[in-house]
Design a protein around this ligand. Structure first.
Ligand code: C2E
Ligand code: MG
Ligand code: MG
Length: 655
């Protein structure tokens, strides 16, 4: 189906925008969280990398310090030996030992220096190290000279050299080593300081990021919570309050004893399915929305209005405003877009009213308004005010449903047969099976239980029960040598929801091995044929098996004669209400019946008139070339045995 302007403009309406808002907020919050988390991850990686770089630098510095430390230690030990040498100058043995030890230490220092040199070359400290190296080499040269003087016994020169040259040389070494150490320590301190600064900046940044994230998340979440609260309180289609919100508001008002001056009104729109069928469900939705919003405008302070679901609404209205309000919702004009044009629809409602009393709870208020509404349909009026005896009736309904289950098991239902008569020869030409409930030794007529069972969706099992009994009776008559007539059985429209409906009917026919010429299925004229496809599918299948299908109570529903063309049924039963208007001077009705009969015949369908009670009616019908009638004029619905007698003597001798 191509998209209409309505579909597109609907998508941009504030209703859809409101629904999209929380999703957008949630997406935004999620995005912020993801970006924030990614930032934290990058930050932590960066901090890790920095820590590694700086710890490497510090490690190298400490390594260098250790080297310098070890060189200095050996250097000091070497100095100590030189001083010992000077003190034991005359002792040849000691002098020799000292010279050997000094040589060893000198080699150790030089070795260490060589090692160190490899590491330090190319670094910042290469020059400093060169200074240390050259000063130490100068020192060793000086020591070598002292040892040389010693070996020739020139103590004076050695001492002189030691005091005037070697001490200076030692000072020079100490100075360059100290300088080296200071440089390294400075570097360690500086590195640690830089790293601390970096880490502090990163930490501050992380704290800002976390706080920002937390604030944004809280804002986002509170937006989401508010938006989703608005959604959970609102009916998604109309954007007025939903039932949960209505109930909680009413509960609060009741607990404050605020509602004793209020009336609860439960309303539903008349024939709303027709709007959906004729204009499409998108227009139906728009009509509901506009209706709800128009009515909501009429609310006064502290009044509430909500959608229960479907075309049902509920309100609490002040007593002094209820007449005006309920008169308003009786008939509300709403504008809808239909085929890109504005169309005005008149929305009519039925309402049940409950006058709230002190001490009532929400359950009572809502249920009793509902109950009053349910009475409008039964009483065929637009408005019903709740009365206490309605509860009793509702209780009767519950009792009936409980008893019904048992009655089916106990086979308390019996089948009556009402003859159909051919007016050409006043002879029995068929009959309709009509159920009765044999309850507490009394016959209960179907109008007392069928509508309730239908409303509760429980009538289908009874229909199969009756049809089974009909087939059983036909089988018994055939077996007893009595020729039956075609018998029609009533089936509720509810069966059309079951795709196995036709199969179940055929299964019963097969069980009793009944010739299809004895059978007919009556389906009541469907309101607007919302189940048109299921209807035609069922009719095709049943007719393929030779069983007739008729439309019952024709003229009482919504179908037009043009629609009739599409219904491939065998028989149309004109409702009693049209027949009642024959012979009483109602010329309009008579010409209507005349035309209906002629048009049905033009469409090549059989026609039968129900509820024929007088010969005037029978004569009128016969004149229109309609041969078949059913009515008290010939017979009321008869119990099994009486009907059996009628089968045996099928000719009526009246008139
Ligand atoms: P219906 O199918 O339209 O049946 C015709 C009703 O009109 C019967 O009422 C019949 O007794 C009554 N009637 C026939 N001729 C006259 C007449 O000349 N004057 C008057 N005043 N009434 C006449 P009944 O038997 O009370 O059935 C009422 C309705 O109950 C039926 O209307 C049908 O809709 C429903 N019903 C009966 N049996 C069954 C059943 O087994 N299944 C279902 N789903 N509905 C059933
Ligand atoms: Mg019927
Ligand atoms: Mg009927």
């Amino acid at each position: 189906m191509p998209k209409t302007k309505t579909d597109r403009s609907e998508k941009n309406s504030s209703y859809y925008k409101k629904r999209r808002l929380p999703i957008r907020i949630l997406m935004l919050t999620t995005l912020i969280s993801i970006v924030g988390l990614a930032g934290l991850v990058v930050l932590s990686f960066n901090m890790d990398r920095l820590a590694k770089i700086y710890s490497d630098v510090v490690k190298i510095d400490y390594d260098n310090l250790n080297h310098m430390d070890s060189i200095s230690k050996n250097f000091y030990r070497h100095q100590a030996l030189v001083f010992q040498y000077m003190e034991n100058f005359s002792d040849n043995v000691i002098v020799n030992e000292i010279e050997e030890s000094a040589e060893l230490l000198k080699n150790e220092v030089l070795e260490e220096e060589n090692d160190f040199q490899d590491k330090i070359i190319g670094s910042l400290y290469e020059n400093n190290f060169k200074n240390v190296y050259s000063e130490i080499m100068d020192y060793f040269d000086d020591v070598d000279y002292i040892f040389e003087c010693g070996s020739v016994g020139d103590l004076d020169s050695a001492e002189y050299y030691m005091h005037n040259v070697l001490f200076e040389s030692i000072n020079d070494v100490n100075d360059v080593v100290d300088l080296f150490d200071t440089l390294l320590e400075d570097d360690v301190n500086r590195t640690q300081q830089v790293m601390t600064n970096h880490l502090e900046v990163s930490r501050a940044f992380a704290i800002v990021l976390v706080v920002l994230l937390a604030v944004l998340t809280i804002i986002g979440l509170s937006w989401s919570v508010n938006a989703s609260r608005a959604i959970t309180n609102k009916d998604p289609l109309t954007q007025i309050d939903n039932m949960d919100k209505f109930q909680s508001d009413v509960e609060k008002m009741l607990s404050k004893n605020k509602l004793k001056d209020y009336v609860c009104i439960c309303s539903n729109i008349k024939d709303f399915t027709l709007v959906n069928q004729q204009l499409g469900s998108a227009v139906g939705d728009m009509a509901l929305r506009n209706f709800a919003n128009t009515v909501e405008q009429k609310l006064q302070r502290d009044e509430r209005f909500a959608r229960i679901g479907g075309d049902k609404f509920i309100a609490v209205i002040r007593k002094d405003h209820v007449d005006e309000f309920s008169a308003f919702i009786d008939r509300v004009s709403v504008t809808v877009d239909f085929h890109e044009e504005a169309k005005i629809l008149q929305i009519e409602t039925r309402s049940g009213l409950y006058y709230i009393k002190e001490g009532d709870d929400v359950g009572t208020v809502v249920d009793d308004a509902h109950l009053a509404l349910s009475q409008t349909k039964l009483k065929a009026v637009d408005k019903v005010v709740f009365k206490e005896n309605m509860l009793e009736q509702a209780y009767d309904r519950r009792t009936l449903l409980t008893e019904y289950t048992n009655a089916i098991k106990q086979k308390e239902f019996i089948v009556y047969y009402q003859p159909k008569v051919n007016l050409e020869n006043n002879t029995l030409c068929g009959c309709e099976a009509l159920v009765r409930w044999w309850k507490d030794d009394q016959i209960v007529p179907p109008f007392k239980f069928i509508p309730i069972l239908e409303e509760e969706g429980r009538v289908t099992e009874l229909d199969y029960y009756v049809f089974d009994q009909v087939c059983k009776d036909i089988r018994a008559w055939i077996d007893a040598g009595i020729e039956p007539v075609r018998i029609s059985s009533n089936f509720s429209k509810l069966h059309l929801r079951n795709p196995k409906f036709a199969d179940k009917v055929l299964e019963i026919v097969e069980r009793y091995n009944i010739d299809s010429k004895y059978l007919e299925i009556e389906l009541t004229e469907s309101s607007g044929y919302e189940d048109f496809d299921a209807f035609t599918e069922f009719v095709d299948k049943i007719r393929k098996n030779g069983i007739n299908v008729s439309i019952d109570d024709f003229g009482t529903g919504y179908s037009s004669l043009s629609l009739l063309k599409k219904l491939n049924v065998d028989v149309i039963k004109i409702d009693k209400s049209f027949i009642d208007g024959i012979g009483i001077g109602d010329k309009m009705n008579e010409s209507l019946v005349k035309n209906i009969i002629h048009m049905i015949k033009d469409l090549d369908r059989h026609v039968i008139c129900e509820g024929v009670e007088s010969w005037t009616q029978a004569e009128f019908i016969k004149k229109q070339n309609c041969r078949m009638v059913q009515g008290y004029l010939f017979d009321k619905p008869l119990p099994h045995d009486e009907f059996e007698e009628r089968l045996k003597s099928p000719v009526y001798d009246k008139k």
